[in-house]
Design a binder for this molecule. Structure first.
Ligand code: ACO
Length: 436
């Protein structure tokens, strides 16, 4: 963090003395005004619901330029990572700051593979859930429960514990998601197969049964790997901020990541691809492409409460770069599976075309986000809609843990404690119950 040449001056119309606030420069992106001493100097807080104008930390992991539609992990554009690297290379990059060479990649892959199994006792914990439980309810429970199984990696202040917890989480998330799925369909859990790739092993645990050999389809393997890469990190979004805030109390990494899973579940965040696919299916049931115009009228009517799911983003005010890559993958997967004429894909293309030309969307800078196409890809692969957010959680785990570890290693890190503008009752006295 570098001090800028200029300072900010905050002045007040009531004659209170003005205060000078330091300004810091990042390597790229907007400068920040340092308000840490504001309360001590003025007795005032800043007011910023949703933290839309507040940098809660300094970070060197992910950079987004929402106006340009640019996403960089450790400086590398997402397009290059998604095309030239696989998910485990991306994990290495996010965790350690560099892309591994061939030997480093083999070593990291081996380290992750060594931890893909989960404690056998976890399946008994899982069996306590109803078979129809939402996978995100199961995942919130299972990830939190990891802290009850791996006591030797729960001290967040110990760098070795943090490292092993990171590897364990990356390695075990596919196993847990696949177990949640197998449980819901009443099939036996499949143990991981470490000679497969990260995505291939996930497919094996999801779709294989003990009765017959399962052959990984390379197009689907590549598509899943890309879904993981595109979702691996996204700087200080709601779930990542939740992980940081939760971890700032010194709680163990598994508990902090479970908090992230819980936050991701919401339909405005990770639940959006599920909501998007449900929306496409609803329009399809209403009559498909012929009803797109009618549906769009509802979206634009503020009283209808209907949103075009998979559109709009808090940060991107341009095309989400991940959506372009996902659209490409979507075409590849549908072609490989002979589903080129998939009606939902055609419907999505029609909605996208109308939205990109419609004044309502153009004026508000609403573009497709990554979720717009990822649901169609996952559905084509055979992943049930209710599992979409769990797959997002699987992929985002590396980002959460990288951000958590960065925070703990930051000498300026403090327990998170936002302030408030209090608008409730002033002090009053409790009346005896008969007089209330
Ligand atoms: N459909 C219709 N109108 C929308 C949409 C949408 N998807 N998104 C935003 N708008 C409108 C709002 O109603 C608002 O209109 P107004 O100015 O007339 O009141 C304007 O666009 C600005 O919207 P905000 O809600 O202020 O935008 P914000 O940046 O806060 O919200 C959000 C971003 C929550 C993602 C929103 O666009 C949304 O709900 N989208 C649909 C859900 C979705 O796809 N979420 C995925 C996010 S990406 C992710 O988590 C991986």
């Amino acid at each position: 963090m570098k001090l800028a040449d200029n300072k900010a001056t905050l002045s007040f119309s009531n004659g209170s003395p003005s205060v000078e606030l330091p300004v810091y420069q990042g390597s790229v992106g907007p400068d920040v005004v340092d308000i840490r001493k504001l309360y001590a100097q003025t007795g005032m807080f800043t007011y910023d619901p949703g933290f839309l104008s507040t940098a809660s930390c300094q970070s060197a992991i992910t950079y987004i330029d929402g106006d340009k539609g640019e996403l960089l992990y450790r400086g590398y554009p997402i397009e290059q990572l998604a095309t030239n690297c696989d998910f485990l290379e991306t994990c290495h990059l996010l965790l350690y700051g560099n892309l591994p060479n061939a030997a480093g990649k083999a070593e990291f892959t081996k380290r992750v593979s060594n931890h893909t199994m989960v404690n056998e006792q976890m399946q008994f914990f899982l069996r306590g859930f109803r078979r129809d439980a939402h996978p995100m309810a199961i995942m919130t429970g299972l990830v939190g429960a990891l802290s009850a199984f791996y006591h030797d990696s729960t001290d967040i202040n110990n760098p070795e514990h943090r490292e092993i917890a990171a590897i364990r989480l990356i390695a075990k998330m596919p196993t847990l998601v696949a177990m949640a799925y197998k449980y819901s369909v009443g099939q036996p859990f499949m143990y991981p197969k470490n000679n497969l790739s990260y995505a291939g092993n996930f497919m094996h645990m999801m779709f294989a049964t003990p009765c017959e050999e399962y052959v990984v389809n390379p197009v689907i393997e590549r598509a899943l790997d890309r879904i993981f890469t595109l979702h691996a990190d996204h700087e200080q979004n709601a779930s990542t901020s939740t992980v940081r805030l939760c971890g700032s109390s010194g709680t163990n990494p598994f508990a902090a990541i479970a908090a992230g899973v819980a936050c991701l579940w919401g339909p405005s965040h990770g639940g959006a691809n599920e909501a998007c696919l449900n929306m496409l299916e609803d329009i399809q049931k209403m009559g498909g492409i012929s009803k797109v115009g009618e549906f769009m009228e509802k979206v634009k009517d503020k009283n209808s409460g209907v949103k075009l799911m998979g559109f709009g983003h808090r940060v991107y005010k341009n095309y989400d770069p991940r959506a372009k890559l996902m659209q490409e993958t979507c075409k590849e997967v549908l072609t490989a599976l002979g589903l080129e004429n998939d009606p939902l894909f055609k419907l999505a293309m029609a909605l996208e075309k109308i939205a990109l030309e419609d004044d309502y969307f153009v004026q508000r800078k609403l573009y497709p986000n990554v979720d717009f196409y990822s649901g169609i890809v996952q559905r084509a692969i055979g992943i049930p809609v209710s599992l979409f957010t769990a797959i997002f959680a699987l992929a985002r785990t590396v980002g959460w843990i990288a951000q958590l570890n960065e925070m703990i290693g930051d000498p300026e890190y403090k327990i998170g404690r936002p302030r408030q503008l209090f608008t409730g009752s002033e002090r009053r006295d409790v009346l005896p119950i008969a007089k209330r």
